[in-house]
Design a protein around this ligand. Structure first.
Ligand code: FEO
Ligand code: CA
Ligand code: CA
Length: 557
């Protein structure tokens, strides 16, 4: 049994029985995985060098309260919420806080830049939208409050995390910020020959690169693009920004255009960069991009050009193969005399041949191209993380009611020869949502250096505390060991306020602080005088505010 974990709580969570006892006595941190298979270049991304224990705590019970609950001996500070001023220019923190990434300033674990994604807006910004049609002012606000924030944060002498609004780095990136387009769709017909794009929005999760920049993923972009009369093909990409350099902004079309959830970057055995990605839609695919060139640490940020040229692959789960999503393959499939539309594809062969003429078309209409070449439709692939211990790849398949997969599961991919550059793999269902595991609808993931996966859940607000979702109550944050006897056992670490989703878990390198977003509390509110949540409960404030907290209380050793 582990240090600080209360046995009774643990057992009551698991249910009693021999299996539960065995799991409980095995402890959480017992790693049987191989020690790091990653190169030293990747270690900093996972806190591997720190080797600090961050998984020991007394699990909490599910909750329906309008509170962010954390375990005994832990606390959280609200760092920034929707509409807070972030800099001397008076720019405001966006809404719909999602992915977070912390970048130490001068190696500090108590001062750094925090990059936060802003995925969407809601009634607490826009007010009611009449007949689903936004006014000109609402369209403007909708563009302003999505995108990203870069803020400077620090931990004061009393141990409280705060925002430093005097920061020279703090800024907004949003629906009006200009980006350079790179890769095969740059200047292509599918993008109206554009080489730049205005704005990023629907920024869901993301990832950090080996050269200290952030990749941010445009997920459900359609509504915002259509309402603002912006060209839809300019959105749905992976964008890259440098927190320390505001002039650096790119959209990388080689990574494909779909409902991007996140990116997980790793290195192939031969030094090429590999980026795993999920398309968060029912019956959509899992992808990986492999760069043409190799990573060279000495080249710093110019390694970014690796994301401009390479091959995009889609997973076929039945054959265990990564299949190239290229114009050559699409044409080959369509030229077959026996061609029949695969599941998910409509239109005639002639229409498809007209649509797909170049690699620019393939990356722009990526989901269709992926299905044509044999990609397996899956159950809403959301976050992906690569284990820093054994190079296995964890994917949250959130759920998919079309197939009766109500609670989702976490898939684990084993690349052939442990090589992320391999084109063959096997997989297992690492953990499944449901009564037996205590969680439902897994979404974002993060690893700690003890080999535990930190998993947030995304039961949609309209289902909270209803039907088969009842026992899970509000969305939460769970810790799941990836090895040892307790492998796959979920322990609840946090519970979000009413109608919220916890998103963007991200540890400081010393794992003393966990940044976490509280997204869309009170989102089912229809009457602003009767909000269903008022988190973070600022005095006199009737607005529920999405935002970022810093959780502390982790013990070392
Ligand atoms: Fe934005 Fe797929 O969650
Ligand atoms: Ca998400
Ligand atoms: Ca989600």
């Amino acid at each position: 049994m582990n240090k600080n974990m209360d046995r009774k709580t643990f057992l009551s969570f698991l249910g009693t029985g021999a299996a539960a006892l065995a799991a409980a006595s095995a402890g959480l941190g017992a790693l049987d995985g191989k020690a790091s298979a990653m190169s030293s270049t990747a270690d900093h991304l996972f806190g591997f060098k720190t080797n600090k224990v961050s998984g020991y705590f007394e699990p909490i019970q599910p909750s329906k309260e309008d509170t962010l609950l954390v375990p005994k001996n832990f606390k959280y500070d609200v760092v920034a919420v929707f509409d807070d001023v972030i800099n001397t220019a008076g720019e405001k923190f966006g809404q719909g806080a999602d992915y977070n990434a912390f970048f130490p300033i001068n190696g500090s674990n108590t001062r750094g830049l925090l990059v936060t994604n802003h995925e969407y807006t809601n009634i607490f910004l826009l007010g009611p939208v009449a007949d689903d049609k936004m006014t000109a002012e609402q369209i403007k606000q909708n563009l302003y409050y999505q995108g990203m924030s870069v803020i400077e944060v620090f931990r004061d002498e009393k141990g409280t995390w705060k925002m430093d609004t005097s920061s020279k780095y703090a800024r907004r990136i949003n629906g009006t910020t200009k980006f350079d387009i790179t890769g095969p769709a740059k200047g292509s017909a599918a993008l109206g020959n554009a080489t730049t794009a205005v704005g990023t929005f629907a920024n869901c999760s993301g990832g950090v690169t080996f050269w200290n920049t952030v990749l941010s993923c445009e997920e459900n972009f359609t509504e915002t693009a259509v309402s603002a009369k912006l060209p839809e093909t300019h959105y749905g990409w992976v964008v890259e920004i440098d927190p320390f350099d505001q002039s650096y902004r790119k959209k990388h079309t080689a990574l494909g255009r779909f409902n991007h959830e996140n990116t997980a970057m790793g290195i192939a055995a031969d030094g090429r960069v590999v980026v795993y990605m999920g398309d968060d839609k029912k019956d959509a695919c899992v992808y990986k991009f492999i760069s043409k060139g190799k990573f060279d640490k000495l080249k710093g940020r110019s390694n970014s050009s690796l994301l401009e040229e390479g091959t995009l692959y889609v997973a076929n789960l039945k054959s265990g193969k990564w299949l190239p999503v290229t114009i050559e393959e699409v044409k080959k499939v369509l030229s077959n005399e026996k061609y029949k539309n695969p599941y998910g594809i409509s239109g005639t062969k002639e229409d498809l041949l007209k649509k797909f003429k170049s690699q620019g078309d393939v990356v722009t209409f990526c989901h269709e191209a992926a299905l044509l070449v044999g990609g397996t439709p899956t159950d809403r692939p959301e976050d992906i993380e690569i284990s820093p211990f054994d190079n296995t790849v964890f994917i949250c398949h959130t759920n998919n009611d079309i197939h009766g997969n109500i609670h989702g599961h976490i898939t684990r991919i084993f690349e052939s020869g442990n090589d992320l550059g391999s084109l063959e793999f096997d997989f297992e269902i690492f953990a499944a949502g449901g009564r037996q595991s205590g969680f439902s609808s897994p979404d974002n993931l993060a690893f700690d250096s003890n080999g535990n996966l930190w998993v947030v859940t995304d039961i949609s607000s309209s289902s909270h505390n209803k039907g088969v979702y009842k026992p899970f109550m509000n969305n939460g944050l769970f810790v799941i060991p990836t090895s040892g006897e307790a492998k796959g056992t979920a322990l609840q670490f946090a519970s979000g306020p009413i109608e919220s989703e916890l998103t963007g878990p991200f540890f400081t390198p010393d794992e003393q602080t966990l940044f976490l977003s509280v997204q869309h509390p009170g989102e089912m509110t229809t009457d602003l005088s009767k909000p269903t949540s008022t988190w973070p409960h600022r005095s006199g404030d009737k607005k529920a505010r999405c935002g970022v907290v810093a959780i502390t209380g982790f013990k070392l050793g």
